[in-house]
Design a protein around this ligand. Sequence first.
Ligand SMILES: Cc1cc2nc3c(=O)[nH]c(=O)nc-3n(C[C@H](O)[C@H](O)[C@H](O)COP(=O)(O)OP(=O)(O)OC[C@H]3O[C@@H](n4cnc5c(N)ncnc54)[C@H](O)[C@@H]3O)c2cc1C
Length: 511
Amino acid sequence: SIAVGHPFTLQASKRDYPKIYWRDRSFIMINSVISGVWAAIFLLNSIIPLVLDKPYKIVASNVLIVAGVIFSILIPERLPAYLHMRRFKKYDWRVEVDQGRSRAEDEYDVVIVGSGIGGLTCGALLSKRGYRILVLEQHYQVGGYCSSFTRAGFTFNVGVSDVSGLWEKGPVALFLRGLGLKPEDLFIRNRLRYVFRGETIEAKDLEEFVEVLSELFPAERGSVRRFFDDAAMAYEECYREVEAYGVPLPAELIVKVFGPKKLLNYPGEHPHFYDWMNKTFSEKLDEYFEDSGLKRLLCALIGYVGVRPEEMPASSALTAIISYYLHGGYFPRGGAQSYAETLRKFIENHDGVVLLRHRVDEILVEDQRVRGVRLGGKLFKAPVVVANANAKTTFLKLVGEDKLDRRFAEYIRGLKMSPSCFAVFLGVDMDLRDYPSIIVNLDDGFYLAINSNADPSLAPRDKASVMILTEANYRDFPERGTSEYARLKNRLAGELVKKAEKLIPDLSKHI
Ligand SMILES: Cc1cc2nc3c(=O)[nH]c(=O)nc-3n(C[C@H](O)[C@H](O)[C@H](O)COP(=O)(O)OP(=O)(O)OC[C@H]3O[C@@H](n4cnc5c(N)ncnc54)[C@H](O)[C@@H]3O)c2cc1C
């Protein structure tokens, strides 16, 4: 029965565990182990009478049966936890940082390479816990992609304009409240519109969105409702224990924080989310919908993740796409830079240091341990270095392949960079207040953000700051700084503005 993948204990286990477990590989594996153990016990019990005399053979066979029962009770709880922890153990290092120790001036508890929103978030959380932090940023301002620039009174975000996770138990809201900041002081709700097959689709909340979709796709009315009910339940389950840690936990941390029983019970207690964890986004869409147009529309925000629906775990779609339908997206008040600056001030107010125009050349590793970082001839020492640079830069350039396990270095070299895009920033002397702050145009394949509609302080009075964004592969571009590059850039910019003019007539005359 083990050989054909149907271990004989499976039937009994299916009575004890709900359906959601049955497809799981570890469910079959645990049953194979238990079936194997019982097979061995039965075999031994058939041999024991041949080799032992009366009182001993009864005792021995009963001891074996009791051991089998205890094993069968304990193993479903312990084995998955053990396997997850074993995989995780390699990364479960611990560095003791004595916060009270005396340090040299160039010595910190933690050095963070890069002040993107990841580096700043990490820096804020650690400095709040009393660690002495140094953030080193190569650019002249903090924020990475979560930053802005201003020209002639118009402010533009270079990237981030629509942030999720700001509902009551959302990770960004929990993070901010943990720092003593009020999410509503820092973010404003976006108004978003889709343009699809010539139709304008806008809804102020989920209820209205479900209604609008049902009217557009009447044959799918029931499925739209069921899809969003399922998604809302899965989403609630995903964030059910979020307050313990600020974010939903991966399996190994569920074991560490809540214990092995929680991991065993996880699928039963989170059946909807568990189903989303084990399917791709396109499988989930196919499960509910026939209409390919509706499926395409529900993938409108897929650029936020950057992979195709058939490659994307449905659970990622839930947290990075569906969350916008359920709880809305938010614009950083004052622009993305302003949010990044808030975190920088928090770090500095907690004895941390943020240095701009400081590019790290090397993460120092000695005897398999991080010792600090080097910038030119300058060293900063720390027992912990957090790299906010991407994985390739961090491991291949800053740490160096000679310090890495060969297989790990190969894995890093094989990683694909995330997709790139092309953006046009326009300051226009037009009053665009009747438009929403974000328009996703699926017909012409572009994304338009009117930053000043979310926050009017980002453009002079009666004018607007506009960003138009489309997918573009950086590999298709000639080298930066060449005349071919400039020509292609101007041509693409002109084409994008022309497309946007279908939505905002005469846009090009008001730049
Ligand atoms: C056009 C665009 C629009 C986007 N819109 C949204 C949105 O609306 N909502 C949303 O949630 N997300 C959005 N994103 C995604 C989001 O911007 C990123 O996921 C996020 O900002 C990445 O933050 P990070 O801290 O991981 O990295 P980064 O922002 O890349 O920060 C890394 C930092 O490290 C610094 N650094 C690197 N190497 C070194 C070194 N050797 N020494 C010193 N410093 C170094 C870099 O200069 C940079 O400041 C968008 C992205 C883009 C490109």
